[in-house]
Ligand binder design. Structure first.
Ligand code: BGC
Length: 767
């Protein structure tokens, strides 16, 4: 894939239109606000290849599972984030010729994603057959200040002729998902109306009864004057439009302002939807496009104040990290605890928009450090609310107690579609427990434990208790038939990571019980009652912790990924003919499964999570052993290796690993950006900078930093929100400067020494 995007610190810019890159760009230039989002489809009709995608968070479809032979335990459905009403549409005809970039010659095409102010723009000149030229300038955004609102400014100028323009702003609910299992459309029409200058459309999903109402209004302005027009209304199945004819003399610009409110039955009763949409729309229209756009810029300025990373001396790196931060903030805004982060966010259909362990294992740290703690808390509450479903899930699979959270979910039910891999990845339960620890350790918000945390921890511990079994000959507990984070081996026995995170969950649960008993006795007794927690259970957990079996290789001094790992042919990746890579595109699944190659951090994932329990030598031996076999064919992998490499002083390796994900989508390394962006691994890139190069950790309530400059940058700086203060940490080649941007003093530890950074002041430490 050629690198075709211009380097710029604050924008992603594409110059020139290449239809072959269009679907790729549709992913990259996606916009979103946590509530809704969409791929960068064109407003006007486009007959070339394109993946249309406009998504409403939390609106999904349970598409019936498609498998060869049904087996007990298969999920009934695979949830799909739904391509919903196309609300951006504005068809244009010029003297009867449709404006369609697939059919016309395109000049001076520029597409820009302005990350600083949060909008997408596009300009081009289309040349009609007879040499007539039309210039188009389009800007659109989904508001982060008024989540239900999207706004478009679409300007058309006939450059060298007088034009008759036919302009058709519309709402089209007759859309489909590319990944529909049975090639079905998922929407039914409920209501439509097309007035003069306005239109509304309500559609509902064929299953689950999600309703989405879109209400639009538009103004058309010529020579600065709003036109009074008499539009023709068009109504078709699941489609409403207005059509107007406007004459534009040579050089006269005609501007269409289209405003849309999208509201859903997730937030309103069915009878309220239309009014709610109209009300939100009226507010937006009263402000007008320029004010909405100015507010958008202000909203984004606030987000950047909390989350920006500045890299001096490397524009490509600067652009990439901002792109990642921008997309993360576009995907999840954290106000709604029913929502989560799909691995592709609002940028494509792959992974169905569902929630994976990615959220807890990779995304949580980003939101913990760059936003108010309530945002990360909502990610945890999402799982708390799914606890009953997780218990049901365990029962369905034959467990008599405990909770097994799904590997893939929308509403708490398991809905993965790849049984062989995801079914046995029970390690995800551990990441959900770990996230509770991570949140409490970072924020100090221990109230979470009594309110929500303990119940989740106890039910997960119960699951582990039943999932392990005692082997008298070993006098130990083992766990058979699992898949660890490395999906390149299935159904293995005693995956070290899974055994470790299981025992750790029980340890932490016992610690939390102890804490609550000492500090919140009333809530402790209430919870023990509610959970009907028996002493025999906690005693059993202690026994399992003491007698958990961990496969190790004494000689090498390493933990073994699983019992049979050393039976494999231990040929490092560097000795493989590069033509085999990536393995997932070149090898049969059978060959991959028995190979030594590791898709993503597995033992090392455990050493990253539980880093404070292992010394540097242990980490080094394991890193040195596993890194050479790791192919990093999950984009979630390099960040963990990068962070450990930083800790071990392998600075070049750390930087190499960082580079593998930093521009993953911008430069389309994996040849799959057209499917959507790797949103959850973007959080991993942030982790590589802040936890890796910055060495950020929280120990005993104090923020620890251990920064180094990877040497390719003049300096870098990142923001950290921590317990009421916001710090800007700047790292040059020689010094670290920590500036407290708030009035709350912050205790920090840099290179092992304790400091206090007073409010609105800074400290400098030599490297
Ligand atoms: C990874 C999983 C991850 C999933 C969704 C897979 O390729 O192996 O760990 O949860 O993608 O991002």
């Amino acid at each position: 894939m050629k690198q075709y995007l211009k380097l710029n610190e604050w924008s992603i810019i594409e110059e020139g239109f290449d239809p072959h890159l269009h679907e790729n760009s549709e992913s990259i230039f996606s916009i979103g606000n946590g509530y809704m989002g969409q791929r960068a489809n064109f407003e006007e009709q486009y007959s070339g290849s394109s993946l249309q995608g406009s998504y409403m968070a939390g609106v999904y479809y349970p598409d019936k599972t498609r498998v060869g032979w049904w087996k007990n335990g298969y999920p009934e459905y695979f949830a799909k984030v739904l391509n919903s009403t196309n609300w951006i549409g504005i068809d244009i005809e010029i003297n009867g010729t449709p404006l369609d970039l697939a059919k016309l010659t395109v000049k001076d095409f520029v597409r820009e994603l302005n990350m600083k102010e949060g909008y997408l723009s596009r300009s081009f000149t289309a040349v009609l057959e007879d040499g007539k030229e039309v210039k188009v300038e389009a800007v659109r955004f989904v508001s982060i200040m008024q989540h239900e609102i999207g706004a478009i400014r679409y300007a058309v100028t006939p450059v060298n002729f007088d034009a008759d323009l036919t302009i058709t702003p519309y709402l089209d609910g007759d859309v489909k998902n590319k990944d529909s299992n049975y090639d079905e459309k998922f929407w039914l029409e409920v209501y439509k109306e097309a007035g003069k200058g306005t239109a509304a459309l309500t559609v509902k999903t064929k299953k689950l009864d999600f309703h989405v109402t879109s209400v639009m209004q538009y103004d058309i302005v010529k020579n600065g004057q709003k036109l009074t027009l008499d539009p023709q209304t068009i109504e078709q199945e699941k489609y409403v439009a207005n059509q107007v004819k406007v004459q534009a003399g040579k050089g006269e610009q005609v501007v269409i302002f289209k405003y849309v409110a999208n509201v859903t039955s997730r937030d309103y009763g069915l009878g309220e939807l239309l009014d709610a949409g109209r009300e939100a729309l009226a507010k937006a229209v009263a402000k007008g496009f320029d004010q909405l756009k100015a507010e958008q810029a202000q909203g984004w300025a606030n987000k950047w104040k909390e989350s920006d990373i500045v890299i001096e001396g490397d524009v490509a790196a600067q652009q990439a990290i901002r792109f990642n931060i921008f997309q993360l903030n576009q995907t999840y805004s954290g106000e709604d605890d029913r929502l989560n982060i799909g691995p592709k966010g609002f940028t494509g259909e792959k992974y169905g928009g569902s929630t994976y362990w990615d959220t807890e294992a990779y995304c949580l740290p980003f939101y913990l450090s760059t936003a108010d703690s309530s945002i990360a808390r909502n990610l945890l509450i999402y799982r708390y609310k799914h606890l009953e479903k997780a218990k049901e899930n365990a029962r369905k699979l034959g467990f008599t107690k405990g909770a097994l959270y799904p590997m893939v979910t929308m509403n708490g039910e398991e809905c993965h579609n790849e049984w062989e891999i995801t079914f046995e990845e029970i390690h995800r339960n551990g990441a959900i427990a770990y996230a509770i620890y991570n949140y409490v350790n970072y924020t100090g918000d221990k109230s979470y434990l009594g309110q929500y945390g303990l119940e989740v921890l106890a039910e997960i511990s119960r699951f582990w208790e039943e999932r392990v079994h005692y082997v008298p000959a070993k006098d130990q507990y083992v766990m058979l038939g699992v898949t660890g984070p490395n999906e390149y081996e299935n159904n293995v026995n005693n995956n070290w990571y899974t055994n470790r995170i299981a025992a750790w969950t029980m340890e932490y649960t016992l610690e939390v019980l102890d804490y609550l008993k000492q500090n919140e006795p009333a809530s402790y007794s209430e919870l023990v009652d509610k959970l009907q927690l028996q002493e025999t259970e906690t005693a059993k957990w202690k026994e399992i912790i003491a007698k958990m079996y961990y496969p190790v290789d004494e000689e090498r001094g390493i933990f073994l990924q699983q019992d049979g790992f050393l039976d494999k042919e231990l040929l490092p990746v560097k000795d493989l003919d590069p033509k085999h890579l990536p393995l997932n595109q070149n090898w049969s699944w059978d060959r991959i499964l028995r190979s030594v190659y590791i898709k993503q951090a597995d033992v090392l994932q455990g050493l990253y999570f539980l880093g404070d329990r292992y010394d540097l030598d242990t980490k080094k031996r394991n890193f040195d052993f596993y890194e050479p076999f790791t192919v990093h064919e999950s984009s979630l992998s390099p960040c963990v290796h990068s962070i450990l490499a930083c800790e071990l002083g392998y600075q070049e390796k750390a930087y190499e690993m960082y580079l593998r994900t930093a521009r993953l989508d911008l430069d389309n390394y994996n040849n799959d950006t057209e499917d959507g962006l790797h949103i959850t691994s973007m959080a991993g890139t942030w982790m590589s900078v802040v936890q890796g190069f910055g060495g950020l950790k929280v120990k005993d309530g104090v923020l620890h930093l251990n920064p180094f400059n990877p040497g390719h940058w003049k300096s870098f700086s990142f923001k950290v929100m921590f317990r009421g203060s916001r710090l800007n940490v700047n790292v040059t080649e020689k010094v670290v400067t920590i500036t407290n941007e708030t009035e709350t003093p912050a205790a920090v530890n840099v290179y092992g020494n304790a400091y206090t950074v007073n409010g609105l002041s800074n400290i400098t430490v030599n490297i």
